[in-house]
Design a protein around this ligand. Structure first.
Ligand code: EPU
Length: 330
């Protein structure tokens, strides 16, 4: 166990606001977690790629860093993996791609830890974690036991899961079980991947995904950001028909139950905010859904930018954008 006190949050959130953490505890193994008995439930943090500390944080922040990978079983078709939560997501993806296993390649280069992946059911380029997740092992603070939740227990939906709702703050994701495929299964529906073909290797697909991401999304190590800042709004057909009447070229994605998902980045661009900035917080010039910190950005500037985007989009489209990023200290 490692204990750090009075430190800047800058290194613990890829948006890099300079607020303070009172205390950070890092645990390296399940044995350490089982022995850790805090008086007050700590705030769980992965690699900070989807969390922003708006104010100084007095609650202890906990990072769970255990990172083993176990092959549970393997046959001609499938491989089943048990991955501890502290592993880095992209390093895991790179390892599975190098083995020639299919399933995670479209999720290449997503920042963050394995343990954070189920929380918002990470997704990109036509794939999401739920597609290959078998189970999530969850340590409950109250019972102090690890429970295995099946995929259906996890309540996976678009950028959502039980870990954001019923189980929020209740414990620690300690491991994720995955089934990957050995046979070629490329998912090439996304428009940046159309130069690939069904014979493409898993490495080629992963490389193409990485190239698309690098062309559109800023590298948090160079320009601090938390990826997509808002969820893509899902609306009913009546609202959709009204918007489409005025904007026939608008991109949209039909969902189950007659609902329609819109592209929040497109909506933000239409209201003229792409590339705009308030102080050192900006709406990224190549992808309006990403907010960036040019260096000295503050929580006040960020909150002003969020409010401006929400107001302008609501005024033009009657659609409410909701942050996808976890805003702490509001
Ligand atoms: N668009 C614009 N202007 C913009 C941005 C986008 O017109 O500034 C249009 C695009 O041309 C396209 C549509 O909006 O027609 C969708 O854009 P894009 O394909 O870039 O995807 P997105 O909906 O903005 C989502 C995920 C991303 C994921 C990509 C690719 C959410 C909130 N975001 O973004 O995930 O990488 O699809 O699958 O669902 C993340 O969650 O942090 C993230 C980056």
């Amino acid at each position: 166990m490692r204990l750090l006190q009075q430190l800047s949050a800058k290194s613990y959130s890829t948006f890099a606001l300079d607020t303070q953490l009172a205390e950070l505890v890092e645990l390296e193994s399940l044995v350490e977690l089982l022995a850790y008995q805090p008086d007050v439930t700590p705030l769980l943090l992965g690699e900070g790629s989807n969390s922003i500390f708006l104010t100084d944080q007095s609650q202890t922040v906990l990072r769970y860093l255990a990172k083993s990978r176990t092959v549970l079983s393997e046959d001609d078709q499938n491989v089943q993996l048990h991955i501890e939560a502290g592993d880095n997501w992209h390093q895991l993806v790179s390892w599975t791609v190098a083995q020639g296993w299919w399933g995670l390649e479209n999720l290449s280069l997503i920042p963050g830890s394995v343990g954070a992946a189920p929380v918002q059911n990470i997704g990109a380029y036509g794939a999401e974690l739920a597609d290959c997740c078998d189970y999530v092992d969850f340590f409950h603070w109250q019972s102090r036991e690890v429970q295995r939740l099946s995929k259906s227990d996890c309540g996976f939906a678009y950028r959502d899961s039980i870990f954001k709702t019923v189980l929020a703050g209740q414990g620690v994701i300690v491991a994720v079980g995955l089934t990957l495929k050995k046979q070629s299964q490329p998912k090439l529906g996304y428009k940046g991947l159309e130069h690939l073909n069904p014979q493409s290797s898993v490495t080629e697909v992963a490389q193409a995904v990485i190239a698309v991401r690098q062309s559109k999304l800023p590298d948090p190590a160079i320009l601090p950001n938390c990826g997509s800042f808002f969820k893509n709004p899902v609306i009913n057909h009546t609202v959709f028909d009204a918007i489409q009447h005025s904007y026939p070229a608008m991109p949209f994605y039909p969902q189950a139950d007659g609902l329609v998902k819109l592209a929040a980045g497109w909506l933000i661009e239409q209201v003229g905010l792409k590339g705009q900035r308030i102080g050192d917080v900006g709406c990224y010039e190549k992808q309006a859904l990403v907010l960036v910190n040019f260096g000295q950005g503050t929580a006040t500037e960020l909150l002003q930018m969020i409010a401006l985007i929400q107001q302008k989009v609501a005024a033009e489209f009657a659609v409410q954008l909701e942050p996808e990023v976890r805003l702490l200290g509001q």
